[in-house]
Design a protein around this ligand. Structure first.
Ligand code: FES
Length: 90
């Protein structure tokens, strides 16, 4: 039996399994989701950059509010929306 506890969240409505203690950004990166959103002005692709809460590049919709994905720990049932970002996995 695995020691790793599993959490399920949804990303744009699709299920994503991740581990207890991960941040939303690390869970997305581990799942090869690098494009988080488009910039509001130039519509340029944005993704996690500093991973320490400073750059704001990872600000996305989490449970209905804008939050920094690199500073938000995953929890079961969490809803993540990557607005304006195409699913770049695979
Ligand atoms: S990656 Fe810079 S604030 Fe999250």
């Amino acid at each position: 039996m695995s020691e790793r506890l599993e959490i399920r969240l949804t990303v744009n409505g699709a299920p994503l399994a991740c581990a207890v203690g991960q941040t939303v950004a690390s869970a997305l990166l581990a799942n090869s989701s690098y494009l988080l959103r488009l910039s509001p002005n130039g519509q340029t692709p944005r993704g996690a950059f500093c991973m320490m809460g400073a750059c704001q590049e990872c600000a996305i919709q989490i449970d209905g509010g804008i939050r920094r994905a690199c500073q938000t720990e995953v929890r079961d049932g969490m809803r993540v929306e990557l607005r304006g970002a195409a699913d770049d996995r695979g």
